[in-house]
Design a protein around this ligand. Structure first.
Ligand SMILES: [Zn+2]
Length: 702
């Protein structure tokens, strides 16, 4: 691992030459200034890292990831600010995020002492330390949410508040670079001790600090928090910890630092951060961990020896993110092989239909293959977000739409369910069946809460929705990819520098028609890759009204032509109500079906069913005229506007509550009666009074 800056820089420059980002190579030499935080916000000039022409794009051009110079990225990000999401499905969520969630979470963070933890250390608060040892990460994740949100439009008040918080954070940094509010006073000797590295989240907090710092830097150009993170690394971590004989081992503990180190390299050009990430992903043989810890923490052995997803789901997903980032920079084939093995495990055996992952509450962990319980599902919001983040990296490495399908599945369902419609309460768990009676003897029947003492999920959701515009498009050396559909305007350019605007008009996801108007600055040959969702059979694609053949579900359709300003691409994805069965090995879903509509997974809530029919008694009717038993209706007043699915289904004639626990099986079918069933999109559940919910229902054929 290199701490030799000259060698690292040479290696960095050699990778930069291979970059395909021609537009960036054409830019003049850049000089990046990363200064001491004490100099104040936005005035950091105390030392400079000279960066050669084209090796790094300006901060305002960097996307959710900065892949402009990543040699093994087939796709490159566009900045969040380049995509404006207009009135449509995501605009409501994004408005709520910036106007309600982010401000109310700041109040929660203050009320629960997260900033006083910093103030106390410089004599500005007498409040005791509050929260678990990873509480600093709450502040950093919130800062990241602000960083992404500000890229869709400045908000001086929010920026001012965040600037103040950043000042208070960096004020506690010690001269040796250390910065963590938990390991203070009598805990100072515990810093980075082997046991603390396993459980204490010091590297995790630093990782979130770096991610928050980078997002804020990309919004404002202000490197204050990033400088503090680099000082922590350069002065404290790298001189003392690593593979060298004079260094002590690093145990990731809760993976997170890996991906943040690589993003820091992408932002600063300092290759030692990639080397450090690679060392951590490999694990250090000097740090012997119990087998149980290696499983639970998803670190401590070479990442490339992993053969399945296991242990703590968020840890595993974040490790996969870091490993994919490492592949994107190094092209190490062993990593790519392992990542694909793990992805097969994810998509074939470990993922909920909602895109949620991590079945077990015990250890917040993956279960055995096909262990996907419904009511007992853990499905932490953070794990679904980790799933999306990982697939975003796999997509960048490959350009393959199977990864985008997972992003869409998680985004619309298992992530979107995590935040209430009003944006002030959050699900930590996202089960697929629910009964508020006795749900949690300590918390009561509310699965959504404004605050958790481990409040990882709320700011994680906020940073995801803040960064959402950055997931709509990518560039490649031969053109442009469109991944997600909603009313929006892209204002960016091809990689040869040709300005390109794309306007999307659609009612997606309620309807499947999308009109894309392309406006290159001048007529140009390039390929426009349009995503055909995996759920979309019989998709139709046309350019200026003429059909383009070859659309395949779960693929990008490349349309190569001489594009002229005003060319129109129309996509038609017939959206129908579909019944979905699970693999027979998923025992909880045996003899049950789920209902989907486009990218949306539907559920039933007890309060919507007529005559109070219990969800345990309802039956989906599968008829020969498939689909005819379902009627769809957009209800603007319900749940802030959803397409409701009505179904002429059935219910058992005798309520299950009146039956014995075990009953002899009769040769005649159990009697049922017609019942009108009502379904809503899963993401919108638990937004009214507490009631039962289920995604997977029993069925009859008729
Ligand atoms: Zn969480």
């Amino acid at each position: 691992m290199g701490s030799d800056h000259d060698v690292s820089r040479r290696r960095f420059l050699s990778t930069a030459v291979t970059s395909t980002a021609a537009s960036l190579l054409a830019r003049p030499a850049l000089s990046f200034a990363f200064g001491e935080p004490a100099l104040g916000l936005g005035k950091a000039v105390s030392f400079e890292t000279e960066v050669a022409a084209g090796s790094i794009s300006p901060w305002q051009d960097q996307g959710v990831l900065n892949l402009a110079n990543s040699p093994y990225a087939k796709l490159h990000t566009v900045p969040v600010r380049a995509v404006t999401i207009e009135e449509g499905f995501w605009s409501k969520r994004r408005k709520t995020n910036i106007e309600s969630s982010i401000p109310s979470m700041r109040v929660e963070l203050e009320d629960h002492g997260r900033m006083d933890n910093f103030r106390r250390l410089v004599g500005k608060s007498s409040a005791p330390q509050k929260g678990p040892y990873y509480s600093d990460s709450d502040i950093y994740k919130w800062t990241e949410a602000v960083g992404w949100a500000l890229q869709s439009g400045d908000r001086p008040e929010l920026r001012s508040v965040t600037d103040s918080m950043i000042r208070e954070v960096v004020a506690i940094q010690e001269p040796n670079g250390y910065l963590n509010t938990y390991y203070q006073n009598d805990r100072v000797p515990l810093r980075m001790q082997p046991h603390e590295q396993e459980v204490g989240h010091e590297m995790y907090c630093l990782g979130h600090m770096l991610q928050g710092a980078i997002a804020y830097y990309r919004a404002t150009g202000d490197p204050t928090l990033m400088n503090a993170g680099m000082k922590f690394l350069d002065n404290f971590v790298i001189p003392n910890y690593g593979p060298g004989a004079n260094q002590k081992p690093i145990i990731s503990g809760h993976p997170e630092i890996e991906m943040s180190l690589i993003e820091l390299y992408r932002t600063t050009g300092k290759h030692q951060y990639v080397d450090l990430a690679g060392y951590i992903l490999h694990g250090d043989e000097r740090a012997t961990l119990q087998p149980r810890a290696i499983v639970y923490m998803f670190c401590g052995i070479p990442f490339t020896t992993r053969t399945k997803l296991e242990g703590h789901a968020v840890r595993a997903m974040y490790a996969c993110c870091g490993a994919t980032d490492y592949y994107l920079e190094t092209g190490d084939p062993a990593y790519w092989k392992t990542l694909n093995v793990l992805w097969e495990d994810l998509s074939k055996r470990q993922m909920y239909i909602t895109g949620g992952v991590g079945a077990r509450a015990q250890g917040e962990a993956f279960g055995e293959p096909y262990e996907l319980p419904n009511a007992q599902a853990y499905g932490e919001s953070c794990a679904a977000i980790g799933n999306m983040m990982w697939n975003w990296r796999m997509l960048a490495a490959s350009g393959e739409a199977r990864f985008t399908d997972v992003i869409e599945r998680a985004l619309y369902n298992g992530i979107n369910s995590g935040m209430s419609l009003d944006g002030t309460t959050y699900c930590y768990r996202n089960p697929l069946a629910f009964d508020p009676a006795g749900y949690d003897q300590f918390r009561g029947p509310n699965i959504r809460n404004p605050w958790y003492d481990t409040t990882c999920c709320p700011p994680n959701l906020e940073r995801t929705f803040g960064s959402l515009p950055g997931y709509f498009y990518s560039t490649s050396k031969d053109g442009m990819y469109v991944h997600l559909y909603d009313n929006s305007v892209l204002d960016w350019h091809l990689e040869d520098g040709t300005p390109l605007k794309i306007q999307q008009k659609t009612n997606y996801p309620w309807g499947g028609d999308v009109k894309l108007t392309l406006n290159p600055a001048q007529a140009k040959d390039f390929t426009f890759y349009v995503r055909i969702p995996g759920w979309s059979a019989n998709a139709r694609v046309a350019v200026n009204g003429r059909t383009v053949e070859g659309a395949q579900a779960g693929q990008y359709l490349p349309i190569q032509r001489h594009w002229k300003p005003g060319d129109v691409v129309t996509l038609s994805f017939p959206i129908t109500t579909q019944l979905v069965a699970a693999n027979p090995r998923v025992s909880e879903d045996t003899a049950r079906v789920a209902v989907s509509r486009g990218p949306m997974i539907y559920c039933m809530e007890g309060l919507d069913q007529e005559n109070g029919t219990a969800l345990s008694d309802v039956l989906i009717r599968i008829s020969a005229q498939e689909g005819k038993e379902f009627q769809n209706e957009y209800d603007a007043k319900l749940l802030e506007g959803v397409v409701v699915v009505h179904h002429n289904g059935a219910a058992h004639e005798t309520s299950s509550a009146d039956e014995g626990l075990y009953t002899p099986v009769s040769s005649t079918p159990q009697k049922s009666r017609p019942a009108k069933l009502t379904m809503i999109p899963y993401y919108a559940w638990a937004n009214r009074q507490p009631t039962t919910m289920q995604v997977w229902s029993r069925y009859i054929r008729s």
